[in-house]
Every structure is written in structure tokens, then in C-alpha cells.
Design a binder for this molecule. Structure first.
Ligand SMILES: [Zn+2]
Length: 206
């Protein structure tokens, strides 16, 4: 085998391998009848067939979704993430907020799994709502534990309750230490819950 080098400026554009015939029907391709898709070439009619089939598959992916079941999955995922964060904090006595990020991950995957692997904008919305609520509940639980520990050490007779006895209690406990980092974690939760159930983009041709 003989190899030789050419300088970049002299080199002709390399012929793309496998673009002489259609990857689906083996028909020889002309320049006018060649569509490049990802790493292959197709004749126009094959390309149209494939695009149509792909569109059908994409439509099915976002159709007939059992939304109540998907909401249950997102809620369970969010709850599992919230419990993981809260449990870690109670066990280690250390508020490691980054763990909160699993809430978004689990809410997103919960929605997709319980919807039978489907993806849609509706599932994205469900996962974002579930992830956000779970994040707020988890923030409440973590703060509740820390505050109750202080109350216990001081010999106080009252405790922060769960569930909160009013919306005001919920708000005040969450707002205790809701700073920039919490906002960043919440943004990551929302981002993950939004991205995981997102339908893939239809992009066959390059
Ligand atoms: Zn073809």
C-alpha cells in the first residue's frame, strides 16, 4: 500500500465514501439525485420515504401519552430525589445542596418511564412542575430539620411541623436561607426536568 502526503492547499476535497449509490436501494446516484443524511447518501425518493417514516415515528412518540401516569412517575421521581437530599442532610448534618440536582433528574426520568418511554412538551411541563415542587418541599424538609434541632438544643417545646400548618409557614421556612445558590440548584433542577422528556429534533439531512 502506497501512501503519500499532499499539503493542505494542494489536496482535492476528499470524495466522501459510500455516496455513489443510494444507501437504501443501491441505485447509482447523480449529483442532482443525491441527499446526504448524517453519514450516508440516499436518492430523493428513498430520502422522502425515510423522512416520512421518521416523522411517523416522531409523531407516535408524542402521541397517546398516559399523562396521569406520567405525572405519577414525575411525582415519585421528585419525591425520591427530595428524600435523598433530605436524608443525606439529616445523616451528615451537612446541607449539600448539589444533591438537590437529582430531583430534576429523577422527575424527568420518572415522567418518561411512566409514559412508556415517550417524550413530549406536555411531559416536559409535568416534569418541571413536579421537580420544582419537590425541590421546594425538600428545601422545607432540610430547613425544618435544622431548625428543629436548634429548638431541641434550646429546650424549646415547639417544632416546625410537616406538613406545614399554613402556606405562611411553608414560605417562611423555605425563605430562611433561599439565596443565590438555591436559585442555581433550582435552575439546574428545572433544566434537567425540561431536557430529559424533550422530543428529539427531526434532523435527518445535513
Ligand atoms: Zn434509493
Amino acid at each position: 500500500m502506497v501512501t503519500f502526503q499532499m499539503s493542505m492547499s494542494d489536496a482535492p476535497p476528499p470524495a466522501a465514501p459510500g455516496t455513489a449509490t443510494c444507501a437504501r436501494c443501491d441505485k447509482p446516484l447523480t449529483d442532482a439525485d443525491r441527499v446526504l443524511a448524517v453519514d450516508r447518501a440516499f436518492c430523493r425518493s428513498c430520502y422522502e420515504t425515510l423522512t416520512f417514516e421518521l416523522q411517523q415515528a416522531m409523531t407516535r412518540m408524542s402521541q397517546d401519552i398516559n399523562y396521569p401516569l406520567a405525572a405519577l412517575g414525575a411525582a415519585l421521581g421528585g419525591a425520591a430525589g427530595a428524600l435523598a437530599w433530605w436524608g443525606f442532610t439529616v445523616l451528615t448534618q451537612f446541607g449539600f445542596g448539589l444533591i438537590a440536582v437529582v430531583i430534576g433528574f429523577l422527575a424527568g426520568h420518572g415522567a418518561v418511564r411512566f409514559a412508556g418511554g415517550k417524550r413530549s412538551a406536555g411531559l416536559q411541563a409535568i416534569a418541571v412542575v413536579a421537580g420544582t415542587l419537590a425541590f421546594l418541599v425538600a428545601t422545607y424538609l432540610v430547613n425544618m430539620s435544622f431548625v428543629n434541632q436548634v429548638l431541641h438544643e434550646r429546650g424549646e417545646g415547639w417544632r416546625v411541623p410537616f406538613p406545614p400548618d399554613s402556606l405562611e409557614t411553608l414560605y417562611r421556612v423555605i425563605a430562611l436561607n433561599f439565596g443565590v445558590m438555591k436559585l442555581v440548584f433550582l435552575a439546574i433542577v428545572v433544566y434537567e426536568a425540561w431536557v430529559i422528556p424533550r422530543p428529539p429534533k427531526l434532523a435527518l439531512a445535513t
